[in-house]
Design a binder for this molecule. Sequence first.
Ligand code: AP5
Length: 218
Amino acid sequence: MNLVLLGPPGAGKGTQAKLLEDSRSLVKLSTGDMLRAAVAAGTELGRKAGDIMERGQLVPDDLVIGLIAERMDKDEGGSGEGYILDGFPRTIAQAEALDRLLKERGKKLDRVIVMEVDDDALVERIAGRFACAFCGEGYHDIYKLPKVKGVCDRCGSSGFVRRRDDNEEVVRARLQAYHAQTEPLIDYYTRQGKVRAVDGMADIATVSKEISQALAGA
Ligand code: AP5
């Protein structure tokens, strides 16, 4: 099964992608994580993408499509039973490229989960977000604190980081990019009968249950 998690910044795509990866034999492909890794490593791609990401704009299609293609090639033979696409596609051109990349590998897209969240809730969610600096496990100041203060639940380390693009001004630019460039994908996939909407305002466990129900029969 191959699925896309679609929603605005802070909707919970990364949180739910991780839960799905842990509970099913699926491989998570997150363009945001890949781009941040390229920025941290100082690669040519990272140098091209870094400033764009800090402004909250979308990185050019050819760069992110190339990243996904490269990752799928590395995963040749398939280390799982399909892909969870988190943050990709974000434009119609990317959606068309995804159809092509899957088809070339004898696969197809089965479901698009649209995570519906109020814009106002997103700013609060993003402002409270932090992650383990070592394993990347995501947390939130209110909604998901480590079980033991200052210690990562997953790997036991004690270093945490916050993203450079998680401030109110950049979040508003990211939201604008979502509404203008990514939201049209909902119609694109609705026409293909692949969309299932979930209430992203519910708590993390409830959203996860709703997603499982939406994937039944896919
Ligand atoms: P990316 O990393 O994809 O960021 P995003 O889409 O803005 O989404 P976020 O990661 O901010 O949010 P999320 O939905 O994953 O929420 P999360 O689970 O963390 O992209 C960053 C940048 O890279 C883009 O701006 C762009 O420049 C570039 N880029 C990436 N992909 C691209 C592409 N395909 N094309 C072009 N450019 C691209 O949750 C947020 C917080 O809320 C967390 O703290 C979490 O614990 C908490 N939370 C989650 N669910 C709930 C819940 N149900 N209730 C309460 N709290 C919750």
